[in-house]
Design a protein around this ligand. Structure first.
Ligand code: GSH
Length: 239
């Protein structure tokens, strides 16, 4: 993932959700700070922050961009992974699924998660499924050298291929187990839709699903195009 994202920006778009007066200052004390980069998982958190109506500024930081705010990111997240979100009270949130669930809690009216009961439980299960099984496999495929003590390129390529196969298998299972929870025409994307749409953009997943689970691929394209999602995705991806 090699992407460039503009320097810190302030966003005030969306409905306010108990976040106090609006303020366009880049470093306003009521802002959340989102560490991220173009084309990364921070896109999912941006969509959710806007849905929750929370003010935030973005800081471009990633392990693959030496000119980005890597030291600042390491201070809040020793793994240096993005998305990392710092709330106005200074508390740090990492792990995409946990971040989205927390934003849904902070702003219950956002519709990011069902209000409670079995529907909420299944949505949370789906979020953790994506983070653990899909996002996790992408990390293995992107950095195979971390997952084997072998140093030769052939061994790394074998890990890469194995991770990709497992990733696509995980998406097939996701489609079968959770596909029915994704939005249909006319509905507004939830946290589960948003994370599924972002994480499926990588490692050939969309092409795989178009062949193996066309209904799920169509649902993901519907999410991409939704008016609450498309403006953020346009800032992160060319298409
Ligand atoms: N468990 C994390 C994974 C986050 C993740 O792997 N992020 C990628 C970018 S999309 C990253 O920062 N990778 C850099 C690295 O691991 O060095 C989550 O669910 O948010």
């Amino acid at each position: 993932m090699t992407h460039a994202m503009p320097a810190p920006r302030a966003h005030t778009q969306g409905r306010a959700c108990g976040a106090g007066p609006r303020n366009d200052d880049v470093n306003a004390p009521n802002d959340c700070t989102l560490y991220g980069s173009r084309g990364s998982g921070s896109a999912a958190v941006e969509v959710a922050l806007r849905r929750a109506g929370l003010r935030y500024r973005t800081v471009r930081a990633s392990t693959w961009e030496p000119d980005s705010a890597q030291d600042e990111l390491r201070r809040v997240n020793p793994l240096q992974q993005i998305p990392t979100l710092v709330l106005p009270d200074g508390s740090v949130l990492t792990e995409s699924a946990a971040i989205l669930m927390t934003l849904a809690d902070i702003c219950p009216d956002s519709g990011l998660l069902p209000p409670g009961g079995p529907a909420r439980a299944q949505a949370q299960r789906g979020l953790v499924f994506i983070a653990a099984n899909c996002y996790g496999a992408i990390g293995v495929g992107d950095y195979p050298e971390r997952w084997t003590t072998a140093r030769d390129e052939a061994a790394h390529e074998a890990v890469r291929q194995g991770a990709r196969r497992q990733l696509h298998r995980a998406w097939d299972v996701f489609a079968d187990q959770f596909g029915r929870l994704l939005i249909t025409q006319g509905q507004t994307p939830t946290a589960l839709d948003i994370l599924a749409a972002v994480v499926s953009k990588w490692s050939g997943t969309r092409a795989h699903l178009r062949k193996q689970r066309p209904g799920m691929a169509a649902a993901l394209e519907r999410i991409d195009k939704h008016s609450t999602v498309a403006p953020v995705f346009a800032e992160h991806w060319e298409t």
